[in-house]
Design a protein around this ligand. Structure first.
Ligand code: HEC
Length: 192
């Protein structure tokens, strides 16, 4: 791009930004609504579950504890809520093994198990696979290797546990989760 064209383009972008942020019309279109608060149509039973109008008191405003617990259960979600965190901690353990930061690895590996158990409390149908494939012997082996600072054993058992993640995703019908950088980039230690 010639420098004259560049200056012209930059000026246009600047003016457009100014128009969007200060100009009024566009901002008015997304201004806070003056319509009354209402519950989302995507969650059933909320309006029936309380006498007061919808407000920020989404929990205390419910009619009774049954409804409060129902709302909390919806809020707590399913396996995905914990898997999200498990994915993060899994990557941290991989990096900790590379860096030979054993305390960090042990920290994340312990938290990962706690979080996994929370997922299984919510979705106990997944417990048999999770315990057999992941949480029992192999989890212990990696915990032991991290505690001992045994690099070779930690690498080997980490890769076994990676395989357990992958096998379980296939078994539970979520194979597509395995086709992601999280699993591709942790497939070996030698390439790094
Ligand atoms: C019980 C078998 C099981 C094991 C073992 C398992 N997962 Fe999962 N994972 C699941 C299931 C089931 C889902 C989909 C949950 C859903 O969407 O309700 C999932 C989803 C995920 C997701 C996507 C979460 C999202 O954002 O929606 C990630 C990331 C993930 N798992 C990582 C891992 C890692 C890393 C491991 C191993 C350390 C692992 N999983 C071990 C069953 C398992």
């Amino acid at each position: 791009m010639s420098s004259a064209k560049y200056v012209l383009t930059a000026a246009c972008v600047f003016l457009l930004t100014l128009a969007l942020t200060e100009g009024g019309g566009w901002m008015e279109a997304v201004a806070q609504t003056t319509e009354p608060s209402r519950f989302p149509s995507g969650i059933r039973g909320l309006a029936d579950g309380q006498d007061e109008p919808p407000s920020n008191r989404w929990l205390l405003g419910a009619r009774d504890d049954d409804e409060r617990f129902r709302r909390l259960q919806i809020y707590a979600g399913g396996t995905d809520q914990q898997m999200w965190q498990i994915g993060y901690r899994y990557e941290q353990v991989y990096q900790a093994i590379l860096d030979e930061n054993w305390e960090l690895g042990a920290h994340h590996w312990g938290k990962l198990r706690n979080v996994f158990n929370v997922a299984l409390m919510k979705r106990p149908n997944r417990t048999p696979n999770a315990e057999a494939l992941f949480l029992e012997n192999d989890w212990q082996r990696l915990a032991g290797a991290l505690a001992a600072g045994d690099a070779a054993e930690a690498r080997e058992t980490f890769l076994q546990e990676r395989q357990a993640c992958i096998v379980c995703h296939v078994a539970e019908g979520f194979d597509f989760i395995n086709q992601t950088p999280m699993f591709e980039e942790t497939a070996a230690f030698s390439a790094n």
